[in-house]
Design a binder for this molecule. Structure first.
Ligand code: SF4
Length: 110
């Protein structure tokens, strides 16, 4: 989150088990990750997608912008990544992966 706007980023919390999609430190999540939000704070900040059961029937709930081209944000993407503690190497790796996923990143391609 930067300047009260919510961005979807390709950077996962290091405590997320991507295979199970569960938190690996759930019982001590707020100690393990000071940025971890309670459900209440998450709703307040608008971090859940519109179809999330926590917010799906909540009147006036404003979800984050979906399908954002995160790396298309340019310098702002880098600024957000730095705020999240993402290294330049991790940033570049994720940027290349996003390019490949979009079909624009072949070996030696532009
Ligand atoms: S619940 Fe919190 S600590 Fe656990 S994976 Fe999600 S953001 Fe990270």
């Amino acid at each position: 989150m930067l300047k009260d706007l919510v961005y979807h980023t390709p950077f996962f919390c290091p405590h997320l088990d991507r295979a199970t999609r569960l938190c690996a430190v759930y019982e001590r999540r707020f100690q393990a990750n000071p940025r971890c939000l309670s459900v209440e704070r998450g709703i307040e900040r608008g971090v859940f997608p519109a179809d999330c059961p926590y917010v799906a029937d909540r009147p006036g709930y404003r979800p984050p912008v979906e399908n954002l081209d995160f790396f298309g944000l340019g310098d702002l993407a880098r600024q957000i990544a730095r705020e999240l503690g993402v290294t330049d190497e991790e940033f570049e790796r994720a940027r290349r992966e996003a390019l490949v996923a979009k079909g624009g990143g072949g070996a030696g391609g532009e």
